[in-house]
Design a binder for this molecule. Structure first.
Ligand SMILES: [Fe+2]
Ligand SMILES: [Fe+2]
Length: 286
């Protein structure tokens, strides 16, 4: 808590909303249902993935001797543990809003526990690497395009996602560095990644459709018309995920080859803010 917090104005605005018990509205991003639900879908599918990553990285950390890499692993473990706790609160909030979030948390958990049972450590690390590649490119787009910098975005959700995205960008190389230190090679990386890409896509799209069905919006044309540019357009959240997906399959790929630019000078990661963020979801249901 001692270090400078550049986004102090946003912290105060978010705190005021919480203190005034202002509910987080159902469509918290510019009243755009599709984009809001896409973020909510990521929240539902993320915490069990983060716990899967933590378990694999803990095991890998104990097998490597490089102290710098061990330190990188410790940072990732700390950050993913905090993210998962925050998303647990976020997902409880989604349940109270009528989204079947817990159902998808549990489905993701079952799938990842199955992977954990049948995969070797290197295969699990290869799974982590692809998840980390998706989250890093998703995060890069959100932060660099300033997707959440609109005036009509709930400040609390801006802080929740900006914090998560910045840390994802910063620790994007850890899983692949561990994998390589343990002798992981190209063939296994791309084989697992092709398989996991399909599983990830199915889980994510199923959850998004379920959320739209829950709100009776799946077949509302205006929702798609207004939302698609925010998902797939040049400024859409999935734009870089799609653009960099094939890039990942290049031999010799390393996440550091994708440059990161924090244009909005967001600095939310320099102190432990997870308790503050979890508190945002303690607001009454409207
Ligand atoms: Fe995370
Ligand atoms: Fe991560």
């Amino acid at each position: 808590m001692d270090e400078a917090v550049i986004n102090e104005r946003e912290r105060i605005a978010a705190l005021k909303l919480t203190n005034d018990k202002v509910p987080i509205r159902e469509w918290w991003f510019k009243d755009n249902a599709l984009l809001t639900f896409a973020f909510n879908t990521s929240s539902a599918t993320v915490p069990e993935g983060e716990r899967f990553i933590v378990r694999a990285v803990e095991e890998a950390r104990d097998l490597v001797s490089d102290s710098g890499l061990k330190k990188q692993a410790d940072i990732l473990i700390h950050e993913e543990t905090a993210h998962a706790l925050m998303h647990d609160a976020y997902n409880r909030y989604l349940d109270t809003q009528g989204f079947p979030a817990t159902k998808h948390v549990l489905e993701t958990k079952v799938l990842l526990l199955f992977f954990e049972r049948i995969f070797t450590l290197k295969m699990r690390l290869a799974t982590c690497m692809l998840i980390e590649h998706f989250t890093a490119t998703y995060s890069k787009q959100i932060i660099e395009v300033g997707v959440l910098e609109g005036e009509d975005t709930d400040e609390r959700m801006d802080r929740v996602w900006s914090w998560h995205c910045i840390e994802e960008m910063e620790h994007r190389s850890t899983a692949i560095d561990l994998y390589r230190a343990l002798g992981g090679g190209y063939f296994l990386r791309v084989l697992i990644s092709a398989f996991v890409s399909i599983a990830f896509l199915i889980a994510h799209v199923r959850c998004l459709i379920d959320f739209l069905v829950a709100k009776r919006l799946l077949f509302k044309w205006h929702v798609w018309q207004k939302g698609i540019p925010y998902l797939l357009g040049k400024k859409g959240v999935y734009y870089l995920v799609l653009k960099y997906w094939l890039f990942y399959f290049k031999p010799g790929f390393h996440p550091a080859q994708i440059p990161i630019e924090n244009r909005f000078n967001k600095q939310l990661h320099h102190y432990h803010i997870e308790d503050e963020l979890v508190g945002y979801f303690d607001v009454p249901v409207r």
